[in-house]
Design a protein around this ligand. Structure first.
Ligand SMILES: [Fe+2]
Length: 170
């Protein structure tokens, strides 16, 4: 009974402010020995590629929100609603990609500054642009992602068949 009380005396309801200690896992690494039947080099390569995809998808998502806020002109109402719908859909994909990276034992990119340094999508100006330019930027951003996803899917299939071949040999 007394021992129990001693253990709990270390716990305080007072929040501890300004806590800063080292990371528990650095960016660009994967956990060892996860029971996924996926070798570490494969998980390392895939999490790196998925983080590129994540940075571009976050950028596309935010480009939809920028367009949603800044759109002007006779088609304002329809586009305002449409852009926000796509913002939501891209947001769901962002979460799926980020959580897949974590499930593979990696670390997901998250913050705007890191995303800005990583994305391959062209940076738009801060100011408002006309509708055809907004749409054009969105199409270009989708194209960047589609190109990359095709390469990534092929590479994942290649790694997967490589592993199957090795397993068959064993
Ligand atoms: Fe809104």
């Amino acid at each position: 009974m007394e021992k129990h009380a001693i253990t709990h005396s270390h716990i305080s309801a007072q929040p501890r402010f300004h806590q800063r200690v080292g990371e528990i896992q650095p960016y660009g690494t994967v956990n060892h020995a996860l029971p996924l039947e996926l070798e570490e080099p494969v998980r390392l390569e895939m999490t790196e590629q998925l983080n590129q995809l994540l940075a571009d998808t976050i950028t596309l998502r935010d480009l939809y929100k920028k367009s949603h806020w800044q759109v002007a002109g006779p088609t304002f109402y329809q586009l305002h609603l449409l852009f926000d719908k796509h913002y939501g859909e891209q947001g769901e994909m962002v979460d799926s990609i980020a959580e897949r990276i974590q499930a593979l034992g990696g670390v997901s990119l998250a913050m705007a500054a890191d995303v800005a340094e990583t994305t391959k999508i062209e940076r738009p100006p801060r100011g408002r642009e006309e509708v055809p330019v907004q749409l054009s930027r969105l199409i270009d951003a989708h194209q960047v992602i589609i190109r990359q996803v095709r390469i990534l899917a092929r590479r994942a299939a290649q790694l997967s068949s490589g592993m199957t071949a090795r397993t068959t040999l064993l």
